[in-house]
Design a protein around this ligand. Structure first.
Ligand SMILES: C[S@@+](CC[C@H](N)C(=O)[O-])C[C@H]1O[C@@H](n2cnc3c(N)ncnc32)[C@H](O)[C@@H]1O
Length: 254
């Protein structure tokens, strides 16, 4: 099994600080550029009409500063929750929760956001990514097998004024059976339990964007599950080896 990348909380903090500085610099640059340029209304009466649709080329620096600040605060809280969980739970017993690279996930979600799209996080843990998706405008849901983590996620949603919905259960739909090419049906760290879709009242095929962060070796299970039960055009964001891969219909996008 390849080594997981996310154990170093201090490293994360440094990365968050670095990213924050980069964001602030980019924001100042953008503000300077905007101040120097006429708005379409001032400069060009026949210019492009403003659209409600997000520009898919937009990155983090193009987000509304207030939203960016909310997302930044959310990630900071997320890292604090993770550090506490690591000390209080993971250093005593094995637990499959390891926090994703929030910044990388955020950057992958920004170009996908479109009003009305439905987002699902498989194994939503403390809820940071599902809440991030809600703040970005998705209708966002998380399924997590550990009820104590579901409570933490709901509490974080309340504190961050998010409408993200969390349910306790399994992201594996009833009836799904995994077998690799050699007939091995082991699911690794993926737990078993009642399907979370029943409680959500929505099958997997009703989601437009699905996110999963598997342990090494579990990627093929998630890709297969999405291919078998997901909507054919839905996007599956797979957090793997520090990068976010995007799959549609079981194929990785170029
Ligand atoms: C590697 S962590 C990812 C946490 C979070 N998605 C993130 O990226 O920060 C995997 C999470 O999936 C949960 N989990 C494991 N099996 C599950 C299942 N069958 N259904 C729902 N959640 C599951 C674990 O409890 C853990 O919180």
């Amino acid at each position: 099994m390849a080594k997981r990348q996310n154990y170093g909380f201090q490293k994360r903090q440094k990365e968050t600080e670095k990213q924050k500085k980069k964001d602030e610099k980019a924001e100042k640059k953008r503000a300077r550029r905007e101040a120097a340029e006429p708005t379409p209304a001032e400069g060009d009466a026949g210019g492009e009409e403003e659209s409600d649709q997000p520009d898919p080329r937009q990155g983090l620096s193009a987000l509304d500063p207030a939203l960016r600040m909310r997302l930044h605060t959310l990630c900071e809280e997320g890292w604090e929750l993770w550090a506490r969980f690591d000390t209080e739970v993971r250093q005593r017993d094995f637990h499959p929760f390891v926090a994703a690279d929030y910044q990388a996930v955020l950057e992958a979600l920004i170009p996908l956001r479109t009003p009305g799209l439905r987002f699902l996080e498989w194994g939503s843990a403390t809820g940071v990514i599902t809440i991030m998706a809600d703040l970005l405008g998705f209708e966002a849901y998380g399924i997590e097998i550990d009820p104590a983590l579901v409570d933490q996620a709901r509490e974080l949603a309340r504190r961050t004024d998010s409408r993200a919905t969390f349910t306790a259960g399994s992201f594996i739909p009833t009836g799904y059976h995994w077998r690799d090419g050699g007939g091995d049906d082991r699911l690794g760290t993926i737990g078993s339990g009642d399907s979370g879709y029943l409680q959500l009242g929505m099958p997997l095929e009703e989601f437009d964007v699905v996110f999963g962060y598997p342990w090494a070796g579990e990627e093929p299970i998630m890709v297969d599950l999405m291919k078998a039960y997901g909507r054919p055009g839905a996007r599956f964001l797979l957090h793997s080896a520090g990068a976010i891969k995007v799959y549609t219909g079981g194929r990785e996008a170029a």
